[in-house]
Design a protein around this ligand. Structure first.
Ligand code: HEC
Ligand code: HEC
Ligand code: HEC
Length: 103
């Protein structure tokens, strides 16, 4: 019984720990609003593609980005997409590759 209790507690601890890490990674998809059309930004997909290098977009601690806006996005997001592909992958560079077409 003692052993079962022990492993149950371990399970609870592992669960608690992983949910904390999970929250630290931010949302899976982030909708960035723009008059040109919202951008459905695949946050987790980018984390994976960029080898978990958060500093590609988060200059300081990962979290809210105060500079977020057209200039920041077109420099940071489009700036990377225009550069050499990462592995065989390259991001979109046309307006409606990022912005949802107005319906
Ligand atoms: C390709 C760009 C990019 C990369 C790489 C990236 N993020 Fe983000 N992240 C964003 C953007 C854009 C936002 C939205 C910021 C905002 O709403 O102010 C964001 C938001 C967040 C938030 C805050 C969510 C909220 O609404 O409070 C967290 C936490 C976060 N990211 C964690 C991470 C971590 C951890 C990594 C690295 C493993 C990472 N991000 C890598 C672009 C990126
Ligand atoms: C790599 C993705 C990407 C591409 C390509 C791109 N944009 Fe953007 N654009 C964004 C993001 C992200 C934002 C900022 C959204 C925010 O501030 O939340 C933005 C913001 C804007 C804004 C400001 C909207 C506002 O409400 O302030 C305009 C206008 C705009 N883009 C037009 C364009 C045009 C025109 C093109 C093509 C020539 C283009 N974008 C290509 C990602 C992109
Ligand atoms: C350092 C490089 C880099 C940065 C910064 C970056 N991207 Fe990307 N992006 C990529 C690569 C590489 C792909 C191709 C991924 C794939 O094919 O799975 C991609 C794919 C995309 C796609 C199309 C596929 C998908 O996942 O939806 C969109 C839309 C996109 N990026 C938007 C953005 C926005 C918005 C930002 C800024 C908030 C951003 N990207 C920042 C490298 C980057």
């Amino acid at each position: 019984m003692k052993v079962i209790k022990g492993s149950f507690m371990l399970g609870v601890l592992v669960l608690l720990f992983s949910s904390v890490c999970f929250a630290g990674e931010g949302p899976e998809i982030i909708i960035l609003h723009a008059s040109k059309g919202d951008v459905d930004f695949t946050h987790w997909q980018h984390q994976t593609d960029l080898g978990d290098d958060c500093s590609k977009c988060h200059a300081d601690e990962p979290g809210k980005i105060t500079e977020l806006g057209r200039d920041w996005a077109h420099n940071t997001c489009l700036g990377c997409h225009l550069k050499a592909p990462i592995g065989s992958k390259k991001g979109p560079t046309l307006c409606f590759g990022c912005h949802n077409k107005p319906k």
